[in-house]
Design a protein around this ligand. Structure first.
Ligand code: GAR
Length: 198
């Protein structure tokens, strides 16, 4: 039986597309059952539909900061789809401890830095500001602490002279597109050995 995967997005969804494309392989241990966005304008929704994946939207705005109520609605959509694994892929809402605990061990996130460096936002600008010579991305299990949790994979990129946050972000994103599918394949097969890419 393939593992059922729900992918949570907030924006363009390029990582989601790569995960779905990789799961099209008949030998892949998982299949996409839902793409869920917290923004009805998320560009990834149309891409998911084009790929034939069911979509849902739980707009966070009407909840006006009531995170527990927002997450109850999220949980209801997820329970309908019955995922075995949740992949956060550019999902830009911070999840509460209560929600995370429900899915802990089954929820992955991709973060655009070499964790434990640069948790949170503006990771590319912070790496440049620090004068780092390398940067990258991390896939990790989601635990209640933000951008923490066991590391399941990392991919590195060089920082080049003249880089801006935008050029660096684009280089990292290309690595994200390699790393996340590689980690999901391994994780869905029950193997949590980290994937390390250069
Ligand atoms: C990716 O770079 C991902 O690492 C980042 O958002 C981008 C989403 O791109 N995630 C975070 O910053 C999470 N805090 P995508 O929508 O094209 O996959």
């Amino acid at each position: 039986m393939k593992k059922r995967v729900a992918i949570l997005i907030s924006g363009g969804g390029s990582n989601m597309v790569r995960l779905v494309e990789d799961m099209a392989d008949p030998d892949h241990p998982a299949e996409p059952v839902l793409v869920l966005a917290n923004d009805p304008a998320a560009g990834g929704l149309e891409k998911a539909r084009a790929l034939g994946v069911p979509t849902a939207v739980v707009d966070h705005r009407p909840f006006r900061g009531d995170r527990a109520a927002f997450e109850a609605a999220l949980q209801a959509e997820l329970e309908k789809a019955r995922p075995d694994i949740i992949c956060l892929a550019g999902f830009m809402r911070v999840l509460t401890e209560g929600f995370v605990r429900k899915w802990q061990g089954r929820m992955l996130n991709i973060h655009p830095s070499l964790l434990p460096k640069y948790r949170g936002l503006h990771t590319h600008a912070r790496a440049l500001q620090a004068g780092d010579v390398e940067h990258g991305c991390t896939v990790h299990e989601v635990t209640p602490e933000l951008d923490d949790g066991p590391i399941l994979g990392q991919a590195r990129v060089p920082v080049k002279p003249g880089d801006t946050p935008e050029t660096l972000a684009a280089r990292v994103l290309r690595q994200e597109h390699r790393l996340y599918p590689a980690v999901l394949r391994r994780f869905a097969a029950g193997d949590r050995t980290p994937v390390m890419l250069d």
